[in-house]
Design a protein around this ligand. Structure first.
Ligand SMILES: NC(=O)c1ccc[n+]([C@@H]2O[C@H](COP(=O)([O-])OP(=O)(O)OC[C@H]3O[C@@H](n4cnc5c(N)ncnc54)[C@H](OP(=O)(O)O)[C@@H]3O)[C@@H](O)[C@H]2O)c1
Ligand SMILES: *[C@@H]1O[C@H](CO)[C@@H](O)[C@H](O)[C@H]1NC(C)=O
Ligand SMILES: *[C@@H]1O[C@H](CO)[C@@H](O)[C@H](O)[C@H]1NC(C)=O
Length: 322
């Protein structure tokens, strides 16, 4: 009897050891968010399905998508697959999706989310984000729809129970201040680009002061090929990163993710490769020192992967233009 129980406990422990779970944080609305998400931009078709299934098998519980990634349907099929196999229940997963620029009118928000939920085959999202503060018409022409109007639509969606939390993405501090001053809901999350070449110290500090969790998109910055002319440091074999990586027995990519975790942000690494997915979540058995965090902050060159140059002339363009 007792040995049977011990055996049972041992097997459960063994199973638990096979997956790594990211820590969870309570958002300002009381919901809990796993502090690492699988990025899925650039994963389309069958690859998006396979990548999502494999990530959930490895312990990822937070998936980041958007209507513009054109993979919500495949991600929905992946979620149904892992649930059918009993790996996870719906409430174990945290699904983030984003509204695109052409649905910024208040009355368009709820229908857009309902359509996303249809593709995802879900009854609710965990987090719905305004992808950019930029309004556009269906033909990509700029529209000056005020994001405050969009935010009211987001509140409608939350009130209807279609999403547990609402937030923004690529918003600057003035834009968030305007939301806070003119609405009933403080965004739960601001998903922004944060990586060693764009450390975002003031915007991260601002969000954290307001109780807004920062999700760090494009976490590898220019360590990966961005098909652009610039590739500011650090490169993957940068000596500063390599020295830290050697000390902890990790890769330089894992060091960068841990740097983002140690700054209190939730990184969103994209990988469609199972081996790299496993590395990207295997970052909870070490911690950087203050000096190491400061050394990585020194790479900052305010260089963006996502610049949105075609929106330069939009009144709500959120970034410095230099
Ligand atoms: N809100 C927004 O506006 C916004 C903008 C950009 C991105 N995002 C979100 O953030 C996510 C991440 O950004 P991202 O996709 O631009 O770039 P990323 O995660 O910084 O980098 C992805 C690239 O790194 C490679 N990679 C992943 N893990 C690696 C590792 N351990 N070692 C070496 N290479 C590795 C991937 O290749 P493999 O797949 O072959 O591993 C892929 O080429 C997106 O997928 C999306 O969900 C949001
Ligand atoms: C996106 O996918 C294309 C084609 O698979 C690839 O060439 C490119 O490097 C990818 N970009 C990123 C940032 O992952
Ligand atoms: C939609 O979800 C339900 C419940 O999880 C599942 O039975 C069904 O197979 C899913 N549909 C698709 C297309 O994945």
């Amino acid at each position: 009897m007792i040995s049977g129980l011990v055996l049972f406990v041992a097997i459960v422990t063994l199973n638990a050891a096979a997956v790594v779970l990211a820590p969870v944080k309570v958002l300002n609305d009381g919901n809990k968010m796993p502090m690492l998400a699988l990025g899925t931009h650039n994963s389309t078709g069958e690859a998006a399905f396979t990548a999502t299934v494999s990530a959930i098998e490895l312990g990822y519980r937070h998936i980041d998508t958007a209507v513009i990634y054109e993979n919500e349907e495949q991600i929905g099929r992946a979620i149904a697959d892992v649930m059918k196999r009993g790996l996870v229940k719906r409430q174990d997963l945290f699904i983030t999706t984003k509204i695109w620029n052409d649905k910024h009118s208040r009355e368009d928000v709820v229908p857009a989310l309902r359509e996303a939920l249809g593709r995802l085959n879900l009854t609710y999202a965990d987090l719905y984000l305004i992808h950019f503060p930029i309004g556009e018409k269906a033909n990509d022409k700029l529209a000056d729809t005020d994001y405050l109007e969009t935010w009211m639509g987001m509140e409608d969606a939350k009130n209807l129970g279609l999403t547990k939390s609402i937030g923004v993405s690529n918003f600057n501090s003035e834009q968030i201040d305007r939301i806070i001053a003119n609405s009933h809901t403080i965004p739960a999350v601001n998903q922004i680009e944060v990586n060693p070449s764009l450390t975002q110290e003031s915007l991260v500090a601002y969000c954290q002061k307001k109780g807004i969790v920062v999700m760090a998109h494009s976490p590898f910055g220019f360590m990966v090929d961005r098909e652009s002319l610039e590739s500011p440091p650090p490169a993957p074999d940068d000596p500063v990163l390599t020295k830290i990586a050697k000390k902890y027995g990790k890769t330089t990519f894992q060091v960068v993710l841990r740097y983002l975790v140690d700054r209190g942000t939730a990184p969103v690494p994209k990988s469609a490769d199972q081996r790299r997915q496993k590395q990207n979540i295997d970052i909870y058995d070490f911690k950087l020192t203050e000096e190491e965090i400061a050394a990585i902050n020194k790479f900052n060159s305010n260089t963006r992967v996502i610049k949105g140059v075609f929106w330069f002339d939009h009144p709500y363009y959120p970034f410095n233009k230099d």
